[in-house]
Design a protein around this ligand. Structure first.
Ligand code: CA
Length: 545
């Protein structure tokens, strides 16, 4: 008992000790702009008060903090507010959206890890969405995010093509950024940038009976709205025309399974009375209806599987926003619906060509690492804002503990690719939404992004059948998922090493054969190093038996 108590005391001491910040700044001592004021009527603040009265974009507070060394620092912001998003600038760069969850006492939010300069750095909170009290800023020295991306998809029966696509995504993560665009505006990019997006996003909204634009009671005598508007076949054709290099993404604006007003977007909470809590309960009419709809979409996904097309599958997107009916009743029902969807598609329909993408960042909505392959954030920080959105990235990083790929699953402005890698927000891909690509990005920015060496396009010499992301690399290493033999082509070399995700050497050979046998190496993600005299070459590798 006594031992336990001492352990507890020392643990608490360690926790307190570990939380000593490297720098702090009280908001009330900062530089105020616009109409913000200092107040002290809400109890529990730090220092002598807090800054309040944020109403429009001219209202902001800027503090300076000094750190001894250049490096990454975690920024914590103490606040009191309702559920709000505000804009953060770090050393004038940004804005990055920071989500402040509703709280009834002054509390801290982790606003992300930022690369800071030795010396003085500035931090500005600018009003984006109204009412908030900002109390204090704190910095803690940290490191870049580290990753241990799971080498396997959640579905153990995934097809070879699906595993290969996932391996391609994993091998390029934190190295390159894949370009993406919705189908409707897909052809608009090449005339501007001379390049073509590698990822193309399609939508299944026409394929279920709730598609309200085709309802016509007067003619048909019943409500029936499903149609094949060609999206499935278009995806198959495009994938094949791309030499199987393109990446097919499908989302599903799921119209209300039991209807709503004719000719409206009944996937919106405000346009339907459909109750997802009834839908996840066996035996209800709503449950029967959702299974019919899931079956209808599974039929389309099966067409893609038959054509051997792997799909980044992103159902129930933006659930935590609650503006879609699947999110309208909170996280519990939504997660139940996701499990029904996953089970029905995977175990009942045998769909093995899906990579499951979850795109809402809230912790309590997350179905868990066992149910998701990629996490995403839908990013709309305002036109011409090319900031890497570090706060949003780190929020997802915390959600998945560094074990899953992180993507910008939708965006208005495209983040600056160089900044994404420099400031440690290496989104696996971006996916510009419809015409916003030209509304919220300048033509010059589109040109710059698509011609940036860090960005993969359909014109990039790499493809899903090769792991090497560098066309000028001295060595070609294949296959993309290694079972036991690594093939190495190119210049002669003197030594090869395999390093595991913990940085430990697990295999070394001075045999300069073109075939390296690693049959005793366990599954996982590795770094392959090839040495040639004083030179070395390295790339990521996945071992999967
Ligand atoms: Ca304060």
């Amino acid at each position: 008992m006594r031992t336990k108590l001492m352990l507890l005391v020392s643990l608490i001491f360690c926790l307190i000790h570990a939380q000593t910040p490297d720098a702090t700044a009280e908001a009330e001592n900062g530089v105020r702009s616009g109409g913000v004021t200092i107040a002290s009527s809400i109890a529990g603040y730090s220092g002598t008060g807090y800054v309040t009265n944020f109403q429009n974009s001219s209202d902001k507070i800027t503090v300076s903090m000094t750190v001894a060394n250049k490096g990454f620092y975690k920024l914590m912001i103490r606040y009191y507010s309702e559920n709000k998003e505000q804009d953060l600038f770090v050393n004038g760069n940004g804005p990055s959206k920071v989500v402040f969850s509703a709280t009834s006492v002054f509390t801290e939010v982790d606003a992300g890890k930022y690369l800071l300069n030795a010396g003085t750095n500035t931090f500005t909170i600018q009003s984006n969405w109204g009412w908030i009290q900002i109390d204090k800023f704190s910095l803690y020295a940290t490191t870049k995010n580290s990753y241990n991306i799971t080498p396997n998809l959640i579905n153990p029966n995934a097809t070879t093509a699906t595993k290969a696509l996932y391996a391609f995504l994993v091998s390029n993560f934190n190295v390159k950024i894949i370009s993406g665009q919705t189908d409707d505006w897909y052809d608009k990019i090449k005339p501007i940038a001379g390049k073509t997006s590698m990822l193309r996003a399609f939508d299944f909204q026409h394929y279920t009976q709730g598609y309200s634009y085709l309802w016509d009671n007067s003619i048909r005598g019943f409500k029936f709205g499903a149609e094949d508007n060609g999206q499935t076949q278009k995806a198959i054709d495009w994938y094949n025309q791309s030499g199987k290099k393109g990446i097919v993404n499908f989302q599903w604006h799921w119209h209300s399974p039991t209807g709503g007003t004719v000719g409206t977007n009944t996937f919106y909470t405000n346009s339907t009375t459909f109750d997802v809590t009834k839908a996840v309960t066996s035996g209800t009419t709503e449950n029967t209806k959702i299974l019919q709809d899931i079956d209808a979409i599974a039929f389309q996904l099966k067409r893609l599987q038959t054509a051997d097309v792997p799909v980044l599958w992103r159902p129930l997107h933006e659930a935590g926003g609650t503006w879609f009916w699947w999110g309208a009743k909170g996280p519990v029902a939504c997660k139940q619906l996701y499990q029904i969807l996953y089970d029905r598609m995977t175990n009942y329909h045998g769909l093995n060509n899906l990579i499951w993408v979850w795109s809402t960042p809230e912790t309590d909505w997350y179905p868990g690492n066992a149910a998701v392959d990629i996490v995403g954030n839908d990013s709309y920080p305002g036109e011409y804002n090319y900031d890497p959105q570090k706060s949003a990235f780190d929020r997802l990083y915390q959600l998945i503990g560094g074990t899953k790929l992180i993507a910008m699953s939708e965006n208005g402005p495209i983040p600056n690719p160089d900044d994404c890698l420099t400031y440690d927000a290496p989104w696996a891909y971006f996916m510009s939404w419809s015409d916003l690509v030209t509304v919220q990005n300048s033509n010059q920015h589109i040109i710059d992004v698509f011609n940036n060496a860090l960005v993969l396009t359909l014109e990039s010499p790499t493809d899903v059948n090769e792991l090497s992301a560098d066309p000028n690399a001295a060595y070609k290493v294949f296959p993309n998922i290694v079972r036991d033999i690594i093939n190495i082509e190119g210049k002669s070399y003197s030594r090869v090493e395999l390093i595991n995700s913990k940085g430990l050497l697990v295999f070394s050979s001075k045999n300069s054969s073109s075939k390296i046998n690693i049959q005793n190496t366990p599954n996982g993600m590795y770094l392959l190093k090839i040495y040639n005299n004083d030179q070395s070459y390295q790339q990521k590798l996945i071992v999967s038996k």
